[in-house]
Design a protein around this ligand. Sequence first.
Ligand code: MN
Length: 191
Amino acid sequence: MSFKLPELPYGLNELEPSISQKTLEFHHGKHHQAYVNNLNKLTEGTRFENASLEEIIKEADGGIFNNAAQVWNHTFYFEAFSPSGGGEPEGELADAINRDFGSFEKFMEEFSKAGATLFGSGWVWLVKDSRGGLDIVQESNAGNPLRKGLTPIMTMDVWEHAYYLDYQNRKPDHIKALWDILDWQKIGSRY
Ligand code: MN
């Protein structure tokens, strides 16, 4: 089995102005693709050749872990956007956010702060524990909460390559703009 780059569920210009076509061309077409290519090269002839990404993320280390996690993380990140996104979650996820963060506004504030203050490259995650409790976690580099037995619900990529073409050093402005394109139906289905 070889790993493949998933197609985006929207057109390259459809997330503008939150994410420009140029950023998506590089972020999906070059960066995400490179992680797929590297993973295929690194796993060839190893016990991970026919493994799922989740298995690799839980078991591998070094380059194989880094590239598998980056493939999974980017797919999960890109899947959660929609040109008609924004607004707020509904149903069980909305109830859990209100219970664990006080309100959606408080959650947005805490999540955005966790993204803005993450030092260096990484990902900020909303995760669910085995009892349904929600938490916000920061992970460096390719870090993925599956490795700690947590269930990822949503993520933001805070590597510079995610925003530098559009926002340069204004990482908080980039994070703010992503709330306008989040697909809460998709995200809610993961809870
Ligand atoms: Mn990225």
